[in-house]
Ligand binder design. Sequence first.
Ligand SMILES: [Ca+2]
Length: 505
Amino acid sequence: MSKNYRAAAATPPLIADIPTKVGQLNDYLFDRNIAVGQGRDGASVLVRPGIVILRPVSGNAAARIAELAEQNGWTLTPRLGGFQTVEIPAAAANIAGERRYSVREISRLLEALDEFQPSPVYVYAGAVSGSPFLSGSPFLSGSPFLSGSPFLSGSPFLSGSPFLSGSPAPLNSAVPADAPTNVRKRLDLDGVPRPKVLVLDTGLAVNSNRNVEHPLLAPACVRHPDWRSEPSEDATDDDDEVDVTKDSRRELQSGHGTFISGVVHQVCPDAEIHVDGVLSSHGFGDDISAGEGLFRALTRTENTIDIVVMSFGGYTADDNPPPLAAYIDAALDERERLSTKRTESGESPLPGLLLVAAAGNNNSPRPMFPAALANVVSVGATDAEGRAFFSNYGGWVDACAPGVDVVSTYFTDFSEVIEPPVELEHLHVHEKDKDEPTSLGAQAIKQEFKGWAKWSGTSFSAPKVAAAVAQEMYLTGVDAPTAWSRLCHWEKFRYADLGVVFNIR
Ligand SMILES: [Ca+2]
């Protein structure tokens, strides 16, 4: 390889536009303020249009950034933790005549701010099986939900696919379930502190008085005075809303945070659960909502949270860590620093902090973040046979737990009617059943939610592992990192590319 040849080759941009629209999802993603781009190897990413994020800088660098922003008419916004964002109006990133965003403006911002190591703001989605987002390249073709017939036969997956529903918006794939008969009771051990688990997700379902809606969760979940409530379907507030759009249908991931809180509670009933909303009702968040949610929650609890559950994830353009990694590093550093300060003044140290994340549901070894970060426990999903067909896998996956047909807490009173999937008749997979009426093709489905639902995904495996760590803490008195190191000891049973097996119902 000659030096001249290398010098002559232009460096391709970190992120480029994908050549085509993404089918029916196009409008949906546009309405959610999400741009679809591709990295240098063609793998797709979801990013916010017209914005980049910069890590903390000071002195001359800060002044230089302000000067550049002034010259170019960019909006500079300080963010929690010393981050700042540089933004042009999202509308300027719109592809002319189409309802989709271009990532060209992001590329320009990245180039202009190169010396400050800017990053796109990556979009994260709740890791629910049946959600078609975030698949490998080209966009959506790697989705297992459209390729193999077994996946089309189970109704949650079918109803989660926008291509089959006849609806421009993808449907929520949680289905009603009966209340479990064997919910474990609290041990209420004398003088033993409750492990504190923070759920960063869509929030928690509350009633009109802003009290925790679900009777099982009411004694377990802590509501903080700065509870955020905003009547917008794309708000990343602390309310887990059932139907913000008022069309009598749940949004794509309505109930996700409430469900996960219930998974934590069922595995470790003595855990004290804290919730911070970082995803919208559609299940979308980004580096800013997730990073700031983490900071906000750790600050309000005076850095006493033991375990953080992040059942969401996204991909980056170069498969290197996203800005959320810097927020996580900062949170861990802060915990360490505050703890040292306490011990130096003769107080007891703060507990160690453990972060746990869902590995994602794209049946892929491509690293999904934040799960793939070295300082985050990454959790994949199993079924009765081994790896669940949708679960991501690879050396970056640390643990796994059952993630199919998980039953947990949900909205206590909601009914919705799902119209028959209009395009079903065009599919060949059901050809042999053509003459037999199916519950899917023939009639609308009415779903009544009475507090419990059944849902699948690595989203629900991650809180099982987090709660198993919490239970170990509670029973043995160690902190979360120590409990995790015991539970992932080399003697424990592992699956290849899926880590330590937590066979928790
Ligand atoms: Ca709705």
